[in-house]
Design a protein around this ligand. Structure first.
Ligand code: AMP
Ligand code: MG
Length: 514
């Protein structure tokens, strides 16, 4: 195996196509180690995200044969400045000490039509932070990361993006022998809570300040305005901005039934992006206690616990920023914000799922609306009804009822057919109808169809794409990407992708191993 940054690998450069900025490197060597990716054998494109490339205004050459070598880690993108950053963090509630980019190599920051974007190769070989790991990622988990990044974006949920996926036959040992892959990830910044925890744990307030100032100047300049809420304290404003973004993100996850699976503080993005796709799952049957990570024996990261875990993680970030904020009461007060913001965002998201927005949701009605939401969720949990299908059918039924004169109870049949306890659901639907009025406007149904996706990346769909990819057929990745980038559209002919999982899918076990 080549050593990280081995001088025996003469970097072959691609032609210059990106305009680099590399602001992260100004932080200095305490924050990263420069090194080269480790080459892999016989790379092949498994997926090229032309939609993202076009949206960023990056040229088509990025996906040519020369760039395949660069995105495999066998050559260097012209102008790249490859490095691995150092961070620490709490894993499963325990201080884990130094972690860092153990297998992700940062190539640089390049200008794009959506502002500067950092580019990382995940699975590009060992780094000084690999801690005994091989620096690789397997094809299975890389396909999941590629597809889920784009699925989240399609759902309108903040996330790191996936520009490309390169597969190599190079063997990688996990529970069994698998093959390697490299995901090219793109985000305005890959900074994590753990980057701050690292310098806090070192007791190095000056480096902590350097990092916080970098984050504010380059990625969260809105903190300057927000500081006025906190007696001009810029670092309190930083914490406040992050807690607000995190509250919004968690509400969005909960509203689509997304379980992250490994919400360690090193997997929490400072920008409030979904990051580090491992054993994640979009729930099939609704169960608030659902644990998607087979290695999470205590259920620390169960679906229903995610919002509280996010708060716990924000507490760790707050502790790290405390030396900069330098006012304990203020720090605690900033954190309090999450306790009102998260429920507010979740309430907004759930009411939108029920179509109770705009004119249908005057301020005075809100309390009753939340009871309506809670009662429905309790019922859905008792039935373990398919989360995605239920909301989609409800939206369709509302639209259908808006098109017929004098709709009856029977016109809810597509929804009531999904459950066993129909009288209980009918009673709830009667309350819902009373809330919305007898004639649901077509606009309400349309709006619900824009909030309740038809297509999510169910585990079994990813699994089918993975099995085909292992046979050298990458077409299913593209098919899924096409559906998931517009998950609210009907996509006639692809209904099977919106159905409940087949029986074999219940055997799927997704662990941290990736
Ligand atoms: P994760 O739980 O996947 O977010 O990873 C936690 C830490 O382990 C991070 O520092 C990763 O970079 C590192 N890591 C995970 N898998 C590997 C691997 N195969 N080789 C090296 N480092 C890894
Ligand atoms: Mg991670």
């Amino acid at each position: 195996m080549a050593t990280p940054g081995s001088p025996t690998q003469p970097p072959v450069h691609t032609p210059p196509v990106l305009a680099w900025t590399h602001r992260l490197t100004r932080l200095g060597p305490a924050f990263f180690t420069r090194l080269h990716p480790t080459p892999v054998a016989a790379p092949r494109w498994a997926a090229c995200n032309h939609a993202l490339r076009t949206a960023l205004g990056w040229p088509a050459e990025l996906f040519d044969a020369q760039h395949l070598q660069a995105f495999a880690g066998n050559a260097l993108l012209a102008g790249a400045d490859p490095l691995a950053t150092v961070y620490s963090g709490h894993q499963f509630g325990q201080w884990a000490g130094q972690l860092g980019d153990g297998r992700a190599i940062w190539l640089g920051e390049a200008a794009s039509e959506q502002g500067p974007q950092e580019i990382q190769l995940k699975g590009a070989g060992r780094t000084p932070y690999s801690r005994g790991g091989d620096g690789r990622a397997v094809l299975r988990s890389s396909i999941r990361e590629y597809l889920c990044s784009e699925a989240m974006h399609g759902l309108g949920i903040p996330t790191t993006r996936a520009l490309g996926l390169v597969a190599s036959p190079e063997p990688v040992r996990r529970e069994t022998l698998e093959s390697a892959a490299i995901v090219t990830r793109v985000a305005p910044s890959f900074l994590r809570f753990g980057h701050f925890e690292h310098f806090w744990a070192q007791g190095n307030t000056e480096l902590l300040r350097t990092l916080a100032d970098h984050a504010i100047e380059h990625h969260l300049p809105e903190c300057h305005d927000r500081a006025s809420l906190w007696q001009g304290n810029l670092y309190a404003a930083l914490l406040d901005e992050v807690q607000e973004r995190t509250a919004r993100l968690l509400a969005q996850w909960q509203a689509v039934g997304f379980c992250h699976g490994v919400m360690n503080t090193d997997n929490m993005s400072l920008l409030g992006l979904t990051i580090d796709y491992g054993p994640f799952q979009f729930m099939d049957g609704f169960d608030p206690g659902h644990i998607c990570n087979h290695s999470d024996h205590q259920g620390r990261y169960a679906y229903g616990r995610q919002p509280n875990v996010a708060y716990w993680n924000l507490y760790c970030l707050a502790q790290s920023l405390a030396p900069l904020i330098d006012d304990q009461d203020m720090t605690l007060q900033v954190l309090q914000g999450y306790k009102t913001l998260f429920p507010r965002h979740l309430g907004d998201a759930m009411r939108a799922k029920l179509g109770l927005t705009g004119e249908l949701a005057p301020e005075s009605e809100r309390e009753g609306d939340w009871t309506l939401v809670e009662d429905l969720m309790q019922f859905m949990a008792s039935e373990k009804v398919d989360f995605t299908l239920f909301w989609r059918q409800l939206s369709q039924a509302v639209l259908h009822r808006s098109r017929i004169a004098n709709p009856q109870e029977a016109d809810w049949q597509a929804v009531t057919d999904l459950v066993l306890d129909r009288p209980r659901l009918k009673a709830w639907l009667a309350r819902y109808s009373a809330r919305t009025g007898p004639a649901h406007g077509a606009a309400m149904g349309q709006q619900m169809l824009r909030c309740n996706p038809k297509y999510v990346l169910r585990n079994h769909l990813a699994e089918i794409a993975i099995r085909l990819a292992h046979q050298g057929d990458f077409t299913e990745i593209q098919t899924l990407h096409n559906l998931l980038q517009s998950p609210f559209d009907e996509h006639p002919g692809f209904e099977a992708y919106a159905g409940v999982p087949p029986d074999w899918a219940s055997q799927l076990e997704i662990s941290c191993s990736s």
